[in-house]
Design a protein. Structure first.
Length: 370
């Protein structure tokens, strides 16, 4: 992830912090400083750091529960709006997903309970000057942990409550459908939050610009989740062969860049494989690479000097999800498909994947609605 710095590794999980988090710290520190001077600023910063420690522990709750089911969490990143544990995959069993989703908020319940016991034990005075800034922290932290539990348990994606709701729904309906319902509720909630953030002050609520940011994040995350679930349900059990382009033009290895440019102009293809006379794949050109090479070497230069040879290859029987993941990891929009002997048999392109999804989605829809 860009713009995130590593803090270290705890229990095999990399902990990272997004640089925008420091902007939040600076902004909050400045606000508190203006309100109450240096003491208030220090108090504010200590509090926000402790809050984020609670958020981090919350994410570790999810990660540790996932580990129980053999699912790894490579990293946890802290953003200004909260933490994100990148859990490798969600379990397919709804019961396990519920346990993982609840493990996060449970951590905050435990923290709140411990703070409550501490406060009961010490009976801290709340009104004298000494404790005005420092003594208030346990109270505030207790309140914030309670709020974190309530917010996270809202039954809407991407909150943990949304996952619980989805898992409960998935026990009696298709997984993608359950996700769609939970995501839709999440988006309605986001619109509500956004409206409160924008217009709340007109009805006497405190002004809260953070709420608008949270609303945008919730809306986008809910949409993403629905899209991913749709994708997963549509592609389950499929292989690369169902969505690869088999009608395409390739370039012979002795072709020139000028010939490649001709092919680009006279076809709708954006990527061109370079092959031996027997069909063995030698290299690959994207439109951008071709234009760059033309500019640098001119039309007479041979394609083999300018083509790229470092790209992932898939086979017709490669699982669909695996190929998609490969594309995302390598940030490429095309994967050549070869047979056992290394001969090119097709191209797996993002464009074609999109078309296949549309067709499959439409067929699934027509089956659902009588
Ligand atoms: Zn959570």
């Amino acid at each position: 992830m860009r713009w995130a710095i590593r803090l270290g590794r705890i229990a095999g999980i990399e902990v990272r912090i997004h640089l925008t988090f420091f902007l939040l710290l600076a902004w909050l520190g400045l606000m508190d400083y203006q309100d109450g001077g240096p003491a208030a600023a220090v108090h504010g910063l200590v509090l926000i750091c402790l809050v984020f420690l609670c958020v981090l522990l919350h994410e570790f709750g999810h990660a540790m529960a996932a580990r129980r089911y053999g699912i790894r969490t490579p990293d946890i990143t802290l953003f200004p709006f909260g933490g994100v544990a990148r859990i490798e995959r969600m379990p397919d069993k709804p019961r396990e997903e519920i346990v993982i989703a609840l493990a996060g908020p449970m951590v905050n319940v435990v923290i709140a309970f411990v703070l409550w016991l501490v406060l009961l034990g010490f009976r801290l005075p709340t009104d004298d000057v000494m404790t005005r800034f420092t003594g208030a922290i346990p109270f505030q932290l207790l309140a914030i942990n309670v709020l974190l539990v309530l917010f996270n348990m809202l039954p809407a994606f991407p909150m943990d409550g949304g996952r619980v709701l989805r898992a409960l729904l998935a026990m009696r309906m298709e997984h993608a459908r359950a996700t769609q319902i939970a995501a839709r509720i999440g988006q309605f909630l986001a619109i509500g939050l956004g409206l409160v953030g924008l217009f709340g002050r007109h009805v006497g609520l405190p002004e809260n610009p953070m709420l608008i940011l949270v609303a945008i994040f919730v809306f986008a995350a809910a949409g993403n989740e629905a899209g991913a679930a749709q994708m997963k349900s549509v592609t389950r059990g499929l292989t690369v062969s169902v969505a690869m382009v088999t009608d395409f033009k390739s370039l012979p290895r002795n072709a020139s860049l000028g010939e490649a440019a001709d092919l680009l102009l006279h076809s709708s293809q954006h990527e061109f494989p370079v092959v031996d006379p027997d069909g063995t794949l030698r290299g690959l050109f994207t439109r951008t690479e071709l234009v760059m090479a033309l500019r640098q070497a001119g039309p007479a230069a041979p394609v083999i000097d300018a083509m790229s040879e470092d790209f992932p290859i898939v086979h017709p029987q490669t699982p669909f999800d695996e190929a998609l993941q490969m594309m995302q990891q390598r940030e490429c929009s095309v994967l050549p498909v070869t047979d056992e002997e290394g001969r090119l048999v097709g191209l797996f392109t993002l464009e074609n994947v999109g078309e296949m999804m549309m067709v499959r989605g439409a067929i699934a829809q027509s089956r659902r609605s009588p």
